[in-house]
Design a protein around this ligand. Sequence first.
Ligand code: PEP
Ligand code: MN
Length: 350
Amino acid sequence: MTPPAKPAESDTAMIVVMKGTATARETGAVLQSIEGLGFRPHISSGEERTVIGIIGSERKVDPSAFEGLAGVERVIPILKPYKLASREFKQEDTVVEVRGRRIGGRSIVVMAGPCAVESREQVQETAKRVRAAGATVLRGGAYKPRTSPYAFQGMGRPGLEILREAADANDLAVVTEIISVQDIPAMVEFADILQIGARNMQNFNLLEEVGRAGKPVLLKRGMMSTLEELLLSAEYILSTGNYNVILCERGIRTFEKFTRNTYDVSAVPVLKKLSHLPVICDPSHAAGDRDLVPALARAGVAAGADGLIIEVHPNPAVAKCDGAQSLTPDQFDALMKEVGAIARCIGRSV
Ligand code: PEP
Ligand code: MN
């Protein structure tokens, strides 16, 4: 794996903090001077003030170029290797809005559904049940990244149509995995959140193209990735100007064999400390076993996750993918009640 990234000597990474009293004209002049130097400004408008990120690897720019401009309070370098993802760039939590749902706010967002879309009936039934239990986003893979080339690879575009139809009928948003840039047009047409799976976390070209597609992105942690690598992958998306990124802890590979992956619950407070981006947990892919999913889901929420993504199948015994870790709708129902109770304990809701 790549060693922790150090910013190159020639990197420029700083934020221009505008005064609370800065006028739109003054901010406009700062943006113009940044663009004049060949940089793309990244704007974050907080409640009190606007900050503008200047990030590039081509050449170094002297902060004094901006310090003297009207309306500028100060210029601060961003020292972390991930820039736009860092709390240095943006102090307040990012809230990703998807069809009226707010991911990263006080309320915990639950995404649920089958690992893979298998049939219209399967998805309709699941959507109805998870909605009734309190989920607000429907998950399901139409394109599956499978370890074996002989395993079920997903239904493709018809799977996306099935997801959209079931989501619309039940007032749900759709999150689904994208594995290839060639599927972007279909994804943009049918999905609300594009999921980048663990296996593609460092597929940098896919990250950039998905970033440019402009839809919110759910970025899963690679199974052998550090949190810094996860944040640098998020940076690829953010640097395209797409700021709607949700991070997801889904377990990492260790020597332990009783679980499919080792759930790194500490990833949640660490990511929340380092970054302003929302963080959700996937207890299903961490556990690999439905009996363990409720405990891991509760732990994630208790640790401060902004949401959960959970596999649910109407009949896990016949699932084409990940049946062993899929909850039945009744089990999901029970879990949602527990998650609601934990959320209330920490001043949140579901
Ligand atoms: C999935 O969500 O079904 C999936 C393949 O997850 P991951 O990328 O975390 O393995
Ligand atoms: Mn799965």
